[in-house]
Design a protein around this ligand. Sequence first.
Ligand code: GLU
Ligand code: ZN
Length: 292
Amino acid sequence: MLDKQPYIGRFAPSPTGPLHLGSLYTALAGFLQARSRHGLWLLRIDDLDSPRNIKGSAENILKTLDVFGLHWDGSVVYQSQHLDVYDEILDKLAKNYLIYPCTCSRKTLAGIYSGLCRDKQLPRNSLYSLRIKTDERIISFQDDLQGLVSHNLSGQHGDFILKRKDRVIAYQFAVVVDDNRQGVNHVVRGFDLLDSTPRQIYLQQTLGFATPGYMHVPVIIDEKGYKLSKQTCATAVDLKAPHIVLFALLVLLKQNPPSELQQAPAAEILNWATDHWDPTPLKNSCAISPIC
Ligand code: GLU
Ligand code: ZN
């Protein structure tokens, strides 16, 4: 059967600092995947983890994507602007006895959560997180690049948190709710999130949402083998010469860009890359070390 459903992808950075080479690498892969399929590429700012947000970085991210010619479709969605949506779904889950409050402290918990609070009476006025009950089911999916991934949910993850003690909606839950609200049917993101995907698929199954396709691209690592991240102080990408950075990123995406393209303006580089996009050389690769 012909798949007539239009492709809807997205980029969902957290506003915890400026985009670095690693985040731009993921953005570019997602952009090229969407554009080469004549699909939509949405932009969502995952700004729920307010203690980690850094003022001004959402604006900075938008500006950077714009300078690089990575234009998104529609208006930007900010997770913090629809907090009621998450709580409504949590209420439904609570009515079906699928979530429960947990008062355990992080210090007393090591490893996989055993479900200790499942049947406990909640002490009054105590701080608690909300956990979802998991079972022994095996969640499997076929990643476009990483192949078959299978996890035993309770064995490998246990009952996981949907809402934290500090009332912040947990990433695993928020991402599932928003991808569904936005009609996202293909997720391109970094390999570091591969381990999260079975939990997200479990949530989709529990909530009656469709499961998108997944492509986990390698993460960029530094000389010491650490993932580039805001925490390791990876520097922000240089906005003065986007075409040079784009060309380098295409090399890191193993797209073999012709050397003439090196002098071309950003828009032309992106057109070439969209026409020639082929992610298969990235198969089974979880990390890439920059040569530039
Ligand atoms: N907001 C997440 C991050 O910046 C990514 C969300 C996702 O792609 O699922 O790491
Ligand atoms: Zn507990």
